[in-house]
Design a protein. Structure first.
Length: 179
């Protein structure tokens, strides 16, 4: 049966419930409804799992670029630990948002990211520019059709440096692709 047919059958069974005289008859109807609901749940789970697997496969596309970005930010952190400050993180995320997740046409990344020195700002700018122009991102922009998919790819917690740093150290976590 299809989802629509299952739903229709459940409704038909529920409509017969008031006409059932005994508890045994009512229990039989409810049991049939329960079985149909379980079949529907199984089918929905399968579909969800397939969609999730397909999305996971698509989001694997930028792993190398992410690892390079995190390594670059780790190197900056060694001399400029403010790269982990909330203000800097927010500004860096806006650059990623406008440059990759929800691309803005002709986006020009800012020169200032809230770092304490011009050198720190230049290093962050360079690391983000390198990431946004990475060949994997060009491919990902084409393959990942929605901002949600691009955010999911960016927030890949499987990507970790040798030191154990991941993307969340520098960008935090977002549920939606908004600034």
């Amino acid at each position: 049966m299809t989802f629509k047919a299952d739903r229709k059958k459940i409704q038909e069974l529920l409509d017969t419930l008031p006409g059932k005289r005994t508890y045994r008859e009512r229990l039989m109807v409810i049991t049939q409804v329960k079985i149909l609901v379980e079949i529907m749940q199984t089918e929905i789970s399968k579909r969800t799992d397939r969609e999730s697997a397909a999305t996971n496969k698509r989001t694997q596309i930028i792993k190398n670029a992410l690892k390079e970005l995190v390594r670059g930010l780790d190197r900056i952190f060694e001399k400029h630990d403010e790269v982990g400050d909330t203000d800097v993180r927010e500004r860096m995320f806006v650059a990623i948002l406008n440059g990759f997740i929800k691309p803005v046409t002709a986006y020009k990344m800012p020169a200032q990211f809230g770092m304490f020195s011009d050198e720190g700002n230049a290093l962050v700018h360079s690391a983000l520019q390198k990431f946004l122009t990475h060949p994997e991102l060009a491919a990902a922009r084409k393959r990942l059709s929605s901002p949600k998919d691009r955010l999911r790819a960016f927030q890949d917690d499987d990507v970790e440096t040798a030191e154990g740093t991941n993307i969340f150290e520098y960008f935090g976590s977002r549920n939606k692709p908004v600034a």
